[in-house]
Write a protein that binds this ligand. Structure first.
Ligand SMILES: Cc1cc2nc3c(=O)[nH]c(=O)nc-3n(C[C@H](O)[C@H](O)[C@H](O)COP(=O)(O)OP(=O)(O)OC[C@H]3O[C@@H](n4cnc5c(N)ncnc54)[C@H](O)[C@@H]3O)c2cc1C
Length: 832
């Protein structure tokens, strides 16, 4: 072991070994993996070794498919066996809803390039796996590339391949402490001190403790997990080929062949956390005592599905621990506020995900960004709120219990809620709000005024909230909608050089005082990092906030759940652009607001202020006294109507909201609809304008040319903003796909459904793209979708009028490309 390395990876489980391998593969060979005990000595040694591509997040599913395809390559490279059994994998649907879901998943898999899956009938299941009792089985999905492997052999193969490429592995050497230095980290180990530029936390079961050594409390906890292995079974021994991996999705079990017996694993409905506050350092290659009574109900269901288990001798019980995060996905990437400290932990399914995690992290470290959109497993998708003990315990328990339970896009889960509420939560509740959650904050989805018993039914198809949402949408088109914008993030950028910094951070021209702009933010490779708005409030002399601070004050506004993600980016950009003296402050907990939109929103605002509202032109910003409250007001809206965003200190939001509601009464008396608006209606309104939103049309995977955000780039500004070269190149060559709007014949379906993200779009048998989001356009009276479609030789996407088909919940449904912005295409209404 040397005294200095470029990277020290802490942890020699499958994940740490994969990170080391991928770093070496990308050319970083000056890397050391330090293992407390021996390789695999955490969760990895006693894993059941199953691997599969199925994941509710299509981007994660794609990385799982990458992991699986890597094993053969690894074997060829090292000459070592991973003990691969490519038996194929069968997911069994025991309810009509699950069967429908599997059909929808099949379609999504086509989009992410997993073409090895096929849907199978109960008869085909009997053929593939004759030991399955088919009672209540509707069908299944079979994936050729699933199976199981030898966890130890695989971990050692990664390590051997990394070593062969020049990396170093040191075992029996625990990391004791981590200290930041001026240019990296000092790693104190049992065998001495090492300095390095980067540290990777791949400490698996001990990841929380290793995080704390560096100063971060990660939202991760170990939980117990059981499987059993039977003695030889005659029904299995009689087979002429190995059984596929089997997941009985309604039964909470997974099963595979082990010798001539079976291995049956159980996702418990009454799971147990294990050493939530930190795993003992001397925990060795040990098992936890099995608690068979606790898992008996799920075992009974498993024994019914596989009758040959009845009376089988149990050769081995395994109760081990592995790690969970609130949503079950890993924690990967650079940790905000700790330069050079990287996370590669919380990996619940290391043998399905380890390769993808290693690849993404190594790309990020070596190239500055991962190649695909991995937000679903980015450590920055959570804030510190997620690490609070009670929240972590409740959400991980919920995830574990629901591991195989179907989730519906309109389903709201209860764990850890309510955690944070807006200042007008109780008012909105009284007005009939039904709640969703964004980054711990309760957000109104829609309102059921006067109907306390209304409950939205979780479904893959059209929601029973359809009419309630439609009422809100139509009201915005005719009168006024009031939306609580507590769930917008707001950042203040100040200090000498703030304008210069923003000019290099953002791809748009930076607004002059009193103006707002849509601000695309790019990564160095020219992919999207943000769809923000930037407002220049001038010198802040108008009686708000730190008027004395002087200098120009800017606000950036964006999606609430991206707070940690954006702040990490802003801070790293301040560093890399050398923008000393610029401060970025997160105002999101301190400032909230109401957005007014609709043709009568000016009348409502004007009735509550003596200031001249009419003088506030589109994309202008000013300070107004509204009722008793001084508000920062910008004229813009995402509904496609005249609109104003009113921002006030959170403590004054209720005063503002109540004044607006009271002032609206005469309008209501005149028959003008003035309604509380939820985020479901906002989705319909923005689809009617073909406006994209983050995580759907705009993600790290897409570019300005694809998404149309290039229209907001100031290509001619004399500043080398981040991502400019790549954006210029894309302008030359053109993107491979472009965003279009589709009208979908959903109403012709026996049970209508709206299009959902990643559902494929076809012309005949040619897959020409995929949906990014869908919903019903209540004022245009059509089911709408936005989709990325392939361009032709002249660089154009299929023109309006092109007939296509879209998979809706697994059913091919006619659709056609329509012109952008089906509502008010000329934009007359928002010009007011
Ligand atoms: C019973 C059971 C069945 C499972 N079945 C499957 C399955 O079928 N398929 C699947 O994909 N996954 C399965 N898993 C989960 C899988 O085992 C984990 O996802 C995977 O092992 C996680 O690997 P890891 O490298 O993140 O963590 P670990 O395997 O826990 O590795 C972390 C390593 O870090 C080392 N370390 C920690 N702290 C330090 C320190 N301070 N200094 C030096 N070294 C340190 C530890 O000694 C350990 O070796 C199962 C797990 C269990 C328990």
């Amino acid at each position: 072991m040397d005294s200095h390395y470029r990277v020290v990876v802490i942890g020699g489980g499958v994940v740490g070994a994969s990170v080391l391998y991928h770093l070496a593969k990308l050319g970083w060979t000056d890397c050391l993996l330090v293992e407390r005990s021996e390789l695999t000595a955490g969760s990895s040694w006693h894993a059941a070794g199953g691997f599969h591509a199925l994941n509710a997040d299509p981007n994660v599913a794609a990385l799982q498919a990458y992991t699986i395809n890597l094993y053969r390559e690894l074997e060829a490279e090292t000459g070592r066996s991973c003990g691969l059994h490519l038996t194929g994998g069968l997911s069994i649907a025991g309810t009509p809803q699950r069967w429908e879901w599997l059909k929808a998943q099949w379609a999504v898999f086509q989009t992410v390039g997993i073409e090895t899956v096929r849907l199978v009938t109960p008869d085909e299941i009997a053929e593939l796996a004759p030991i399955v009792d088919l009672t209540g089985v509707y069908g299944g999905m079979f994936d050729e590339i699933e199976g199981h492997l030898d966890p130890s052999g695989t971990t050692h193969a990664y390590a051997a391949a990394a070593r062969a490429r020049g990396a170093t592995v040191v075992q029996h050497n625990r990391v004791l402490a981590l200290t930041r230095t001026t240019d990296g980290w000092r790693v104190t180990t049992e065998q001495g001190e090492i300095t390095c530029e980067h540290v990777v936390n791949a400490a698996g079961l001990w990841a929380k403790q290793v995080g704390r050594m560096a100063g971060v409390d990660l939202p991760v906890t170990p939980m117990e997990h059981h499987y059993l292995v039977t003695d030889s079974l005659p029904e299995v021994a009689a087979l002429d080929r190995e059984l596929p991996m089997m997941m009985d999705l309604e039964g909470f079990t997974y099963t595979r062949q082990e010798g001539n017996g079976l291995l049956l694993g159980v996702y418990e409905l009454d799971p147990r956390h294990w050493n939530l506050d930190g795993v003992p350092w001397d925990y060795g290659l040990e098992l936890i005592d099995a608690d068979v009574d606790r898992i008996a109900p799920q075992l009974a269901v498993g024994f019914e599905r596989y009758p040959c288990l009845d009376g089988a001798g149990i050769r081995r019980w395994v109760n081990g621990a592995f790690t969970f995060t609130p949503d079950g996905n890993p924690l990967v990437g650079p940790v905000r506020g700790l330069p050079g400290f990287w996370s590669a932990c919380g990996v619940m399914a290391g043998f399905s995900q380890g390769g993808g995690v290693g690849l993404a992290l190594a790309q990020w470290m070596v190239n500055g960004e991962p190649e695909s959109d991995i937000f679903g497993m980015d450590v920055a998708r959570f804030g510190e709120f997620a690490s609070a003990r009670g929240y972590l315990e409740a959400t991980t328990r919920q995830f574990y219990q629901r591991r195989f339970v179907m989730s519906y896009p309109n389903e709201q889960l209860p764990a850890g809620r309510p955690l944070a509420v807006s200042a007008i939560h109780d008012d909105l509740d009284a007005a009939g709000a039904r709640w969703g959650v964004s980054w711990g904050l309760e957000t109104p989805l829609f309102f059921a005024p006067g109907d306390p018993d209304f409950v939205e039914t979780p479904t893959l198809r059209r929601s029973n909230s359809f009419d309630l949402v439609g009422r809100e949408v139509r009201a915005v088109r005719e009168g006024v909608g009031l939306l609580d914008t507590t769930a917008f993030s707001r950042y203040e950028v100040r200090g000498p050089g703030a304008r210069d910094f923003l000019d290099r951070l953002l791809a748009c021209a930076i607004p002059t005082p009193g103006r707002v702009k849509l601000a695309p933010m790019l990564s160095p490779s020219g992919r999207l990092m943000g769809d923000l708005t930037v407002t220049c409030w001038g010198d802040a002399g108008a009686g708000w906030g730190d008027a004395g601070a002087g200098g120009e004050e800017f606000w950036l506004m964006g999606s609430y759940y991206l707070r940690e993600w954006h702040l990490r980016w802003f801070e790293s950009q301040i560093e890399s652009l050398g923008a000393q003296g610029v401060s970025v402050r997160d105002l999101s907990d301190d400032v909230a607001g109401v957005s007014l939109s609709g043709p009568r929103s000016r009348d409502l605002l004007a009735a509550l202020t003596r200031d001249d509202v009419a003088a506030l032109g589109r994309l202008r910003a000013t300070t107004l006294d509204v009722g008793n409250v001084r508000a920062r007001v910008a004229r813009l809206s995402v509904s496609g109507e005249l609109g104003y965003e009113l921002n006030v200190p959170s403590s004054r939001l209720r005063s503002l909201y109540r004044a607006l509601k009271e002032t609206a009464e005469p309008l209501v008396a005149q028959g003008v609809p003035v309604v509380d608006l939820g985020y479901s209606a906002l989705n319909s309104l923005r689809l009617e304008k073909s406006y994209g939103v983050w995580s759907k049309e705009f993600t790290w995977a897409y570019t300005p040319g694809m998404s149309g955000l290039d229209a907001f780039i100031a290509f001619d500004k004399p500043v080398a903003f981040t991502g400019r070269d790549a954006a210029l190149r894309e302008r030359e060559t053109g993107p491979a796909q472009r965003l279009v709007t589709l009208a979908v014949d959903a109403d012709a379906m026996p049970q209508p459904a709206e299009a959902a993200p990643f559902e494929p779009v076809w012309i005949g048998e040619r897959r020409i793209g995929f949906v990014t989001s869908g919903g019903y356009g209540h004022s245009v009276g059509a089911s709408l979708a936005l989709a990325y479609l392939d361009v032709d030789a002249s660089g154009q996407a299929p023109p309006p009028g092109t007939e296509v088909e879209v998979h809706l919940v697994g059913e091919r449904t006619p659709a056609r490309v329509i012109a952008t912005s089906p509502h008010d295409p000329t934009g007359l209404r928002q010009r007011g």
